[in-house]
Structure formats: structure tokens, C-alpha cells
Design a protein around this ligand. Structure first.
Ligand SMILES: Cc1cc2nc3c(=O)[nH]c(=O)nc-3n(C[C@H](O)[C@H](O)[C@H](O)COP(=O)(O)OP(=O)(O)OC[C@H]3O[C@@H](n4cnc5c(N)ncnc54)[C@H](O)[C@@H]3O)c2cc1C
Length: 407
């Protein structure tokens, strides 16, 4: 994954001083603005003044969708656009969900990523190794459910998998499955481009501007018709501070990027359910994760570098997966968010106060569709019932479950 994309916003990371709204240059894609006059896209409540908190994938996409529906949008980002999880994600996307709502959302998201020419198609393969009956059974059980959701998913013979992807060691695989509607995205570049499109569609983007929410739903003292808090790992605290507790916890995950290797041309994106690792080719290198630390994490005080144990385990894991130990180029940590049932919290938490968080490490791949549904809801449409944040009181205590683990 490339993090060094063009800087389109003058950043003020960490400053508390509000900046002048930043307006970007000319619309890079004229088509992005043409649908604002389409009566089909008009919903009740357009012209509403909406504050969006958080310049990650979810916040920028929501701002874009709202602005394209003629809402008057101000996006607040405490640091830089894509400075949170959206700038450090692995960018693996697929629609292979056993749950019908997740499958529909993810398929819609992939379709948007394809329309934006942002996704590189790459099958997603997941498997269990011999001796791990529990994971093998979970793979076998999930595939028909995904197929019931009309997903292009199939069980695949491990030897066929090895023939198609010769970089992958398949000799001890017991069961494997492949999802064809899948690919990889440069999540940071995508998010920055989305912020640009949002500005072209009329939104104001204020970077270096930390938002504070009060009990009346005001942002930094100003009233809006609606507020959308998509502040990633900070969302729970922001809402809690305003008196609207949320059942969400931040936790730390990690990623490891190898030095370049010819193996990157011979591998799909993959999840090894037995070993608990994912991997994907990334610019001639291999990106490996996820090093979940399943403990609640203070989002204002956490370690951004990867742990020694994780870096060592990745080297060992690569030996298992591809038969070679590859040198580390770099590694890092990031924050994800967990909920009691593993489903996100997306929707209205209090009158006029909307949230989007709790994506369990699967937020980017669902963000385009989640943002679209959320924008519709803010402007008077229906939300996603299964993601309704009010299904919890907000004071629940729960164990953090690794997002990738098989149900
Ligand atoms: C290492 C790693 C690998 C991952 N891999 C994948 C993957 O392969 N596929 C996938 O789908 N997902 C993946 N994820 C998860 C994915 O990155 C997230 O679910 C998704 O990016 C969340 O986007 P977001 O917009 O909700 O949050 P974020 O991207 O975290 O954005 C939140 C933003 O809010 C800002 N903010 C916080 N507080 C305030 C405030 N008070 N005022 C203003 N701004 C504020 C932050 O600065 C931040 O920029 C991964 C995550 C990590 C860390």
C-alpha cells in the first residue's frame, strides 16, 4: 500500500485552531457533479446543513454523497484526510459475507469502487489447514450461505488453488474457498480523492480542526440540522462526552510489509483461518496482518509501531504460507473498532446525531455503500436496520473478537 499520495490539503495535524475551510481545485471528474440535479437523487431534507466529523473513508464518502444531494456540508478533520485507519488499511475488499445485509452492502461498495476505477481485481481466497477441523467446518458451512446471497463464491480444491497461485503453499490445506468479486485498493489515495470530489460537489473540508460535540448536537458550538460522527476509533468517546454512550471499543491491529519479492505476482489476497493471518500482494511486496490485540485501547494514547512479537510472527508465517522468510520493509499499527455483536453501528443515535463506527476491521470494503445509506438516512430516508446503533444501550461490556475470525 502506498501512503505517500499527493497532499491535497494543507494539514494542521494536532492543532486545535480552526482553519479556514480549504477549497480544492477544479473538479477532477466532471461526472461527479452532474447527478446533483437529477430528481431521482433528491430526497426530503436537501439544503440541510450537515456537519460530518472525520475525514476517513466513511466521513469523506458521506460528505460527498450528502453534497451531491445538495446538502450544505462541512467536514471536520482533526488532522489530515486519511490520517486514521483509512490511511493505514490493507485495502482488501470482497463481498463474501454470509450475512445477507453485509453481502449486499459489500457488493454495492465494490461496484462503486469499480465505477471509480479504484479497485484492482484480485480473487480473495480463504482456507483451513489439516488438523484444524473447527475452521475447516466454518469454511464449508459459510460458502453455501454466501452462495445463497448470490455471491460468486465457491469451494476450491487445494491442488487447483496451488496450480492457479503457485506462490501459495497448499500441501497441507484441508479446505479452501475463493471469492471472485474481490480486489485491493490504495485506501489512502482513494480517501483523499473522495475528499477532493466532496469539495468539487460543494462541501467545505476543514482539516486540522478537531470537532467537539455537545449534548444539544452542536459541533464546536454551532448548530446544524444533522451531525454525522464518523471519527473512527474516536467516535465512542466523542459521543460519550456529549452524553450519548455507544457500545463500541477501539482495539489495535498491526500490519507488516515485506521487501519486494517475485512471489507477489503468484498470490491472491488470502486469509489463513488456521494461522489467523491475511496477506495480499502490494506493489511487488507482500502485506501481512492482522496482529489483533483484543483489548480496549485508548484512542488518544496508543503505540503506532508494530510489536516485536508480531513482526517475528509475520516472518515465521510467511515461511508457512509461501515457503520463504521475507525481510521486513516496514510495519505499523492502527486502530479498529469492535461492537458486542460484530456488526457496525450506523445510523441515528440521538435526534439529529448520526454515527458510523464499529466496523471490526471491515470498514473500508463497506464504506462506499454505508456512506450512501447513511446520507440517505440523514436526509430523511431509511437506514440499515441491522446496523441501528440504538440496538444497544451503550453501557454494555463485551469481549473484543478479532474481526477476520470465521463465524
Ligand atoms: C492495519 C489495518 C488494516 C486494515 N485492513 C482493512 C482491509 O483490508 N479491508 C477493510 O475493509 N478494512 C480494513 N481495515 C479497517 C478500515 O481501515 C476501517 O474500518 C476504515 O478505514 C474506517 O474508516 P473510518 O472513516 O470510519 O475511520 P478513520 O479512517 O479512522 O477516520 C476517522 C477520522 O476521524 C478523525 N477524527 C477523530 N476524532 C475527530 C474529531 N474530534 N474531530 C475531527 N476529526 C476527528 C481522525 O483523525 C480520522 O482521520 C484496516 C484497518 C487497519 C488499522
Amino acid at each position: 500500500m502506498t501512503l505517500a499520495a499527493d497532499r491535497i490539503i494543507v494539514p494542521g495535524a494536532g492543532t486545535e485552531t480552526p482553519r479556514e475551510p480549504v477549497r480544492f481545485g477544479p473538479d477532477p471528474d466532471p461526472e461527479m457533479t452532474t447527478d446533483t440535479s437529477d430528481p431521482e437523487t433528491q430526497t426530503p431534507g436537501t439544503d440541510a446543513e450537515v456537519a460530518v466529523v472525520g475525514g476517513g473513508a466513511v466521513g469523506t464518502l458521506t460528505a460527498l454523497s450528502l453534497a451531491r444531494r445538495d446538502a450544505d456540508v462541512t467536514l471536520f478533520e482533526a488532522g489530515e484526510i486519511a490520517g486514521g485507519a483509512s490511511g493505514s488499511a490493507a485495502g482488501i475488499c470482497y463481498d463474501a459475507f454470509a450475512d445477507p445485509v453485509d453481502a449486499e452492502i459489500a457488493a454495492e461498495a465494490i461496484s462503486t469502487l469499480r465505477d471509480r476505477d479504484a479497485i484492482t481485481d484480485l480473487p480473495y481466497v480463504w482456507f483451513a489447514r489439516e488438523g484444524d477441523e473447527q475452521s475447516a467446518e466454518a469454511v464449508r458451512e459459510a460458502v453455501p450461505r454466501m452462495q445463497d446471497n448470490d455471491r460468486a463464491v465457491a469451494l476450491v480444491d487445494p491442488s487447483e488453488l496451488g496450480a492457479r497461485w503457485p506462490g501459495l503453499r497448499t500441501d497441507d490445506l484441508a479446505v479452501a474457498a475463493v471469492a471472485r468479486n474481490a480486489g485491493v485498493v490504495d485506501t489512502g489515495a482513494f480517501t483523499r480523492e473522495t475528499a477532493q470530489f466532496a469539495v468539487s460537489a460543494g462541501a467545505e473540508v476543514r482539516t486540522g480542526t478537531r470537532a467537539r460535540l455537545d449534548g444539544e448536537g452542536r459541533v464546536n458550538g454551532d448548530a446544524y440540522d444533522a451531525v454525522v460522527v464518523a471519527a473512527g476509533a474516536h467516535t465512542g468517546r466523542l459521543l460519550d462526552g456529549a452524553g450519548f454512550p455507544l457500545a463500541v471499543e477501539a482495539y489495535r491491529v498491526q500490519a507488516y510489509l515485506s521487501e519486494s519479492t517475485p512471489l507477489s505476482d503468484r498470490l491472491p489476497a488470502l486469509y489463513d483461518a488456521t494461522e489467523g493471518y491475511y496477506a495480499r500482494p502490494s506493489d511487488r511486496r507482500l502485506l501481512v496482518g492482522d496482529g489483533t490485540v483484543p483489548e480496549p485501547q485508548d484512542p488518544t494514547d496508543w503505540k503506532r509501531s508494530a510489536d516485536g512479537w508480531f513482526r517475528g510472527d509475520c516472518a515465521t508465517y510467511l515461511e508457512t504460507a509461501v515457503g520463504e522468510t521475507l525481510e521486513e520493509r516496514r510495519s505499523w499499527a492502527g486502530l479498529c473498532t469492535a461492537t458486542p455483536d460484530g456488526d457496525p453501528l450506523v445510523g441515528e443515535r440521538a435526534p439529529g446525531v448520526y454515527v458510523a463506527t464499529g466496523f471490526q476491521g471491515h470498514g473500508f470494503m463497506r464504506a462506499p455503500a454505508v456512506a450512501e445509506r447513511l446520507a440517505e438516512q440523514v436526509l430523511g430516508g431509511d437506514g440499515v436496520d441491522a446496523y441501528d446503533p440504538t440496538r444497544f444501550d451503550g453501557d454494555e461490556s463485551f469481549d473484543i473478537v478479532e474481526g477476520m475470525s470465521l463465524e
